[in-house]
Every structure is written in structure tokens, then in C-alpha cells.
Design a protein around this ligand. Structure first.
Ligand SMILES: [Ca+2]
Ligand SMILES: [Ca+2]
Length: 189
């Protein structure tokens, strides 16, 4: 029993794509998870933005001392019964967006925002083959990190300044050691 639990924990840790969000299972994003994950301390409200009798917008609140605290906005943009976008809030400010980018949830993105100014700071995209993480600072992309063999470790880095590539680094054989450096369009300042 312990061995099984241990190997499960190990397996879960290994899969970088799956540990990013509770809505991701087996490298698939299912945002309906948030509609069903409603316990006693949460309230789900439904709305029909088109007034056609089918709800397409949902709001999840956390109940604390009889106060409603906004947790999430969920949107079924194409009205097929599956949530396509989940916006997560903290202190009434959007901190994270999760989006399904194909019809089955095999392509998706997770974006994190700076709570004080709303700027994007990190965007992770999974396209079914690789995980790409875009890191931004003051509305500019600074670095892109890629995990091309999905082992949870970054194996390619692209450094940017003012929209131009400063340099790229590639761990070609994924051993975490020999890193090839490729000069970019401009020199690092
Ligand atoms: Ca949908
Ligand atoms: Ca890797």
C-alpha cells in the first residue's frame, strides 16, 4: 500500500503539466472542475448572458462570516456546456486566468497577473507537445522557458530585451549539464 502511495506521489510530481492546476488531469484541462468543486463554504451562481435559458457564465464565491468573497468567474464562451475560461480573483483583483484553447482541453494556457497593476507576469502554455513559460516584466517579455521533453525541467531558454533576442540557451540532450549558447540579435547590456 505504501509503495503504491509513494509511487503515485512520485508520478504526480514528475508530471509538470498536471501539477500546474487542479483543473488539469492527464495533461488535459477541464475547467468544469471548478463548477463541480463546490463545497459548503462556496456558492455557485449561474447567469445566461444571451437569455436563451442556458447558463454560460458562472461566479464562484467563498462564504465567510455571511460575506461573499469573489473567487472565480467561469465562462462557457461557445455555449457547448464546457467552461473555456476561468478567471481567479484575490481581493477583487484578477490574479490568474486559465483558458482551454482547443475543443478537448489538450491545449491550454495559464496566465498570472501582478495584483497591483494588472500586468501579465507569467504565461504558461501547453500545446500537447511542449510547455512554454513566458516571463514578463513591465509589460515586456524578458524570458521564455521551454520544457520540450515534458520531464518537468526547463531545457531551453530565450532571453529578450526590448522585443529582441539577447541569447538562447539549449540543453540539447536534456541532461541538465552541457548547455549550448546561441547568440541573439542584440548584445546583452
Ligand atoms: Ca465552451
Ligand atoms: Ca525538459
Amino acid at each position: 500500500m505504501w509503495l503504491i502511495l509513494l509511487s503515485l506521489a512520485f508520478a504526480a510530481k514528475q508530471d509538470f503539466v498536471d501539477v500546474l492546476s487542479p483543473a488539469i488531469k492527464a495533461r488535459k484541462m477541464d475547467l468544469n472542475h471548478y463548477k463541480t468543486d463546490i463545497n459548503k463554504s462556496k456558492v455557485l451562481e449561474s447567469m445566461d448572458s444571451k437569455d436563451e435559458g442556458v447558463p454560460d457564465t458562472f461566479i464562484v464565491y467563498l462564504m465567510r462570516d455571511n460575506n461573499k468573497i469573489l473567487l472565480m468567474h467561469l465562462f462557457d464562451l461557445n455555449r457547448d456546456g464546457k467552461i473555456d475560461v476561468a478567471k481567479h480573483f484575490k481581493n477583487s483583483k484578477m490574479m490568474r486566468t486559465e483558458a482551454v484553447l482547443d475543443k478537448d482541453g489538450n491545449v491550454f494556457s495559464i496566465t498570472e497577473y501582478n495584483l497591483s497593476n494588472g500586468n501579465e507576469i507569467k504565461k504558461v502554455t501547453y500545446d500537447g507537445e511542449l510547455v512554454s513559460t513566458r516571463l514578463s516584466y513591465k509589460k515586456q517579455v524578458r524570458r521564455e522557458e521551454m520544457d520540450r521533453n515534458l520531464d518537468g525541467k526547463v531545457d531551453m531558454w530565450i532571453h529578450y530585451r526590448d522585443g529582441l533576442v539577447v541569447k538562447s540557451e539549449v540543453d540539447e540532450d536534456f541532461d541538465g549539464k552541457k548547455i549550448r549558447v546561441i547568440p541573439g540579435e542584440i548584445k546583452a547590456k
